[in-house]
Write a protein that binds this ligand. Structure first.
Ligand code: ADP
Length: 191
């Protein structure tokens, strides 16, 4: 795990299965109909149990679809967290259709929601980089920029943000880009 210290706050780059991260909030990469899918969404529903989908059914009845860039909240079922924030990432088309702004909005919205609930820790997967085909390096830059700026600007309760990569090569991309962006980093054994 690599740690980027931003004043009293910590941004962690972590190779892991997000369902195993013990935090206040686990962020899901959901789709706009909140209906469940593969990838990280499938893993979260499998590990969390059926009550997460039951809550989403109720939310869907109330709001219909959830637009890209926004998120809804449920409990976390059996996951080691209090909440799951289901963020809807953009489907990547040509890079000219507002995808970058929508992806950045996913991270910012979830951080705002965590702050509103006075929570301390949150983990994010690499939203939109699987089935939604966002180019990985560009998505990584957006994640690092958005989260680091947010942590620098906000003084609230959120003090630990974990950006979780599912495999070693994705983790290397995050670490290399963070290095190029001149964050000062320290290694730590994963916990
Ligand atoms: P999207 O539809 O937003 O692209 P995906 O779930 O297809 O969402 O992929 C998003 C990212 O989540 C990918 O980089 C994928 O490797 C990663 N991923 C898949 N399963 C997990 C998991 N259990 N923990 C963390 N990341 C995961």
């Amino acid at each position: 795990m690599q740690i980027i210290n931003l004043g009293p706050r910590e941004l962690q780059l972590l190779e892991s299965d997000i369902t195993k991260t013990a935090v206040d909030v686990i962020v899901n990469a959901a789709n706009s109909h909140l209906g469940g899918g593969g990838g990280v969404d499938g893993a979260i529903h499998r590990a969390g149990g059926p009550e997460i989908m039951h809550e989403l059914d109720t939310i869907r009845q109330r709001i219909g679809r959830c637009p890209a860039g926004s998120a809804v909240v449920t409990g976390a079922g059996k996951l080691p967290a209090q909440f799951v924030f289901h963020a809807v990432g953009p489907i990547y088309r040509d890079g000219q259709s507002g995808e970058a702004a929508q992806l950045s909005s996913c991270y910012r919205t979830c951080l705002d929601m965590a702050a509103d609930r006075r929570l301390a820790s949150i983990s994010f997967p690499s939203i939109s980089t699987g089935a939604y085909r966002f180019p990985f390096e560009e998505a990584t830059r957006i994640a690092l920029e958005t989260v680091s700026q947010w942590l620098t600007l906000h003084n609230g309760t959120v003090h630990t943000v974990k950006l979780v990569q599912f495999d070693a090569s994705d983790h290397r991309v995050y670490c290399n880009l963070a290095y190029k962006m001149q964050f000062s980093m320290a290694s730590k054994a994963s916990s």
